[in-house]
Design a protein around this ligand. Structure first.
Ligand code: AKG
Ligand code: FE2
Length: 202
């Protein structure tokens, strides 16, 4: 599996210890114990709906304090994202706290959508950000999971490589940011629980 530096060399933005392990543990435990709801996707009619054949994940309803803390960390990195992607960004969406248990996944998708009926907030998205709170590992433990690779497509423009997926090894504390149009998926979780936070800059 390629290392984080490989994704940097292909133009993605990676910070390895964006969150320290103490903060990852704290938010992961809060996310595990919070009320969970099935996550939705944008349906063809431009409305959000739960379609478990496409995105089988739970949202965790963490505290306002945790949302604000993560939000301020994301806003603090905005100037670096603007410089990296050569874009002007206004703000980021309220972060979503995601919990994946065995068998959960998210099929290949892009985070932006330009169809006429898409909500303006989705049309405005420019950069996606994912923060890992747990690590992919062969070890068993609360902070580890197996499977669940975040896999990116079309990173190499050559037509021969268009359909090739590059999988990132999830590591607690790592932030990866990428242009919203890039296709990506979360492969099914084989064991353990996978925790991430996602948000979108616009
Ligand atoms: O959990 C992840 O690694 C990414 C999730 C994702 O792609 C999304 O929610 O749009
Ligand atoms: Fe996504």
């Amino acid at each position: 599996m390629p290392k984080a530096d490989f994704f940097t060399s292909l133009g993605l933005f990676v910070v390895k210890d964006f969150f320290d392990l103490e903060l990852c543990d704290k938010i992961r435990i809060e996310s595990r114990d919070a009320v969970n709801n099935a996550a939705s996707v944008l349906g063809k009619d431009g409305k959000y709906e739960v379609i478990e054949e496409i995105r089988k994940i739970k949202y965790s309803q963490v505290s306002e304090e945790t949302i604000n803390k993560v939000n301020s960390c994301l806003i603090a990195v905005k100037p670096k994202l603007e410089e990296h992607f050569k874009l002007e960004l206004t703000d980021c969406e309220t972060p979503q706290f995601l919990r994946y248990t065995k068998g959960d996944f998210y099929l290949p998708h892009s985070d932006s959508c330009n169809t006429d009926n898409a909500p303006q907030s989705v049309k405005n998205r420019q950069v996606s950000a994912v923060i890992f709170l747990s690590s992919e590992s062969e070890e068993l433990g609360e902070e580890y999971y197996g499977g669940g690779a975040l896999t990116f497509y079309g990173l190499i423009k050559d037509p021969l490589w268009q359909k090739y997926g590059f999988s990132l090894n999830g590591e607690a504390g790592l932030l990866i940011a990428f242009r919203c149009e890039i296709w990506h998926e979360v492969e099914p979780i084989i064991f353990g629980e996978r925790y991430t936070i996602v948000s979108w800059f616009f």
